[in-house]
Design a protein around this ligand. Structure first.
Ligand SMILES: [Zn+2]
Length: 52
């Protein structure tokens, strides 16, 4: 894989991670079960995954 492609993929992954776990957002999607997690919640209500 070319270095340029790696950097591009890394940027996308970082952006996705920021979107999935953003405790300042109104709500998040659990990365494990995709349950909607209300903003400020420390755990996913669906599977109990700890977010912070
Ligand atoms: Zn979950």
């Amino acid at each position: 894989m070319k270095a340029r492609e790696q950097r591009s993929m890394s940027d996308v992954e970082r952006a996705a991670a920021d979107a999935v776990i953003d405790l300042d957002a109104d709500e998040n999607a659990c990365p494990a079960c995709l349950e909607t997690i209300p903003g400020g919640s420390a755990r996913c209500p669906g599977c109990g995954l700890r977010l912070g």
